[in-house]
Design a protein around this ligand. Structure first.
Ligand code: FAD
Length: 524
């Protein structure tokens, strides 16, 4: 369960891919593909979804040449395929050229700029980068033609419209108009550069971009648009007499949502911590998030070892789960290898459980981390709760870390969490923000109690940064936590300002994230 939908087949212009379709769609395709591998719980992916939908809508008419698609790596059925494509962070953007025969993981879209216009221009560059003969058949040439070619077009009398977009070297308007007109018949669009000023003058062109049109009967002249913009040119050309949209035979897009899930709301107590959330989080972490890595070596393996050690020693959950974590920790510690395939971790987690009756839920179930929609809250919420639980357990039971090399280190849990987040947390943007906060002030933590408060403060800083974002669940507004109703003593008024009483906050956190506050009622 827990599958979320950021995109809706049938409603959005985005092509929805999954484990069953991605390979077939992108292999030897007559169109190129741009696929966003995302994760529906990743706040940044949620925030980006409107841009992706708008892009797909904007280039809908380019679909026989290039398609905008999305694949949700948070769905368990897709985890294997996301691993095959080497997706470690979300979102990851990959291009697939038309007519690729061999399996490929695609070309990664580089650079930080994901604005709609930038991505659209990169799509054009990508189409142009196809070698001759492998360009999608429906994609006209995007390279500029020469003045002599324009002259011969005028002489050719092809019986249909021929439009030439004149533009400067860096302009994309011409190529956009060419692609916009792909599904239209009775018209061919090409582009020419403005290098030869005398030639432009002879055609009466005084500014670029401009569109010179040759009519089916051989007459020709500049077209008049109010603004020299893509949409004005495209719409002018599309509405010429006898220019009509072709019926394109594109492969069917699935338009029915399979197994759309209904959110059933379960009442719960916000003052409690639920076993189901922590265990579901661990399940997701071990079976899905780590699964993004085919094998673990070097610093990654070290980070995993340390993280599993800290969790095994400090996790306050049910004995079978603690036993499982301990087994995993011992196994990782005893391994002489410096590289292990992820499948070995998975096998251990699954087999140990089967053999010894050790138990970790094998599907996610959120209680205190329920969202009012499927894509909201869930995993990242459980991860925060797990991290807070670990800092609190370390401060209540410092002896638990004896013999691990972490004893006497007040920053042990924080540094381990920091490395986990930076190395494995699929939301890359989150990891970078967290790392920046850690760099700035984690060093100032000198006691285990300060570690508890540091994480609390930083979590509130994240809350206030994310307030109002699309990933905010309206039922769980991002406000300073704990709220006055949860902890009246935590709040006081100093000179008329709501202020924290950190002593009471510490007491509250130590109670809230203690084993005693953990409720099994909703365990699986
Ligand atoms: P969450 O913020 O996930 O909190 C979960 C629960 O923890 C709350 O319901 C409450 O019970 C408790 N809680 C709340 N505040 C505190 C506190 N200060 N101290 C202790 N307990 C508290 N998303 C982004 O879009 N961009 C980011 O950069 C980003 N960075 C993240 C970094 C990390 C390390 C993690 C784990 C997540 C990050 N996220 C980020 C996800 C985001 O913080 C939320 O987890 C997500 O939006 C779900 O929100 P939520 O409403 O469930 O509350």
């Amino acid at each position: 369960g827990g599958a979320a939908r950021l995109y809706h087949a049938g409603e959005d212009a985005v092509w929805m891919l999954d484990s069953g379709s991605v390979r077939g769609a992108t292999a030897n395709s007559s169109a190129a593909w741009l696929v966003q591998f995302y994760s529906s719980w990743c706040g940044h992916c949620i925030g980006y979804a409107p841009t992706w939908r708008a892009l797909a809508e904007d280039v809908r008419d380019w679909a026989s040449a290039i398609r905008v698609a999305a694949l949700d790596c948070a769905e368990e059925k897709n985890q294997e395929v996301c691993r095959t494509y080497n997706i470690h962070f979300y979102p990851t953007f990959r291009y697939f050229k038309a007519f690729t025969k061999e399996f490929t993981t695609g070309e990664t879209l580089k650079g930080p700029d994901r604005e709609l216009r930038t991505v659209r221009q990169v799509m054009i560059d990508f189409l142009q980068n196809h070698t001759e003969g492998t360009r999608p058949p429906s994609c006209p040439s995007l390279d500029p033609i020469q003045p002599s070619d324009v002259l011969s077009l005028m002489d050719s009398r092809g019986g249909r419209y021929m439009a030439v977009m004149f533009e400067s070297n860096g302009s994309y308007v011409g190529r956009e108009v060419i692609l916009d007109l792909i599904p239209y018949e009775n018209i061919v669009v090409s582009r020419a550069l403005d290098g030869d000023k005398a030639f432009l003058q002879s055609l009466g062109i005084s500014s670029v971009p401009s569109c010179y049109l040759i009519y089916p009967n051989g007459s020709h002249g500049l077209i008049n648009v109010v603004k020299p913009l893509r949409s004005f040119f495209s719409s002018y050309l599309k509405s010429l007499p006898d220019v009509r949209k072709k019926l394109l035979s594109l492969p069917e897009k699935p338009n029915k949502e399979e197994n759309s899930e209904v959110v059933v709301w379960r009442e719960f107590n916000r003052a409690k911590l639920y076993t189901a959330d922590l265990e579901s989080g661990l399940h997701y972490l071990l079976r899905v998030e780590l699964a993004a890595h085919r094998s673990l070596a070097g610093a990654e393996l070290k980070t995993l070892r340390e993280f599993v050690t800290v969790v095994a020693k400090l996790f306050p959950g049910r004995p079978p789960v603690r036993k499982l974590l301990e087994t995993l920790q011992e196994w990782l510690a005893s391994l002489p290898l410096d590289r292990i395939p992820y499948n070995a971790v998975l096998d251990l987690v699954n087999n140990k459980m089967r053999i010894s009756g050790l138990f970790l839920t094998n599907h996610v179930k959120w209680v205190g981390c329920q969202g009012s929609r499927l894509e909201l809250r869930g995993y990242p919420c459980s991860l925060w709760k797990l991290f807070h639980t670990l800092t609190v357990q370390a401060s209540i039971h410092p002896e638990a870390l004896a013999g691990t090399g972490f004893e006497d280190d007040p920053q042990a849990v924080l540094q381990t969490v920091r490395k986990y987040v930076h190395t494995f947390f699929g939301c890359k943007e989150c990891g970078e923000h967290f790392e920046a906060m850690a760099k700035e002030s984690m060093d100032s933590v000198k006691t285990l109690d300060q570690a508890v408060l540091w994480l609390w403060k930083k979590h509130n800083a994240v809350n206030s940064r994310l307030a109002g974002h699309l990933s905010e669940d309206p039922r769980f507004p991002k406000v300073p936590w704990p709220t006055p109703d949860l902890c009246p003593a935590c709040h006081e008024e100093i000179k008329g300002l709501d202020s924290w009483n950190e002593g009471h906050v510490l007491t509250f956190l130590k109670q809230h994230y203690s084993g005693d506050n953990l409720v099994d009622t909703y365990s699986v």
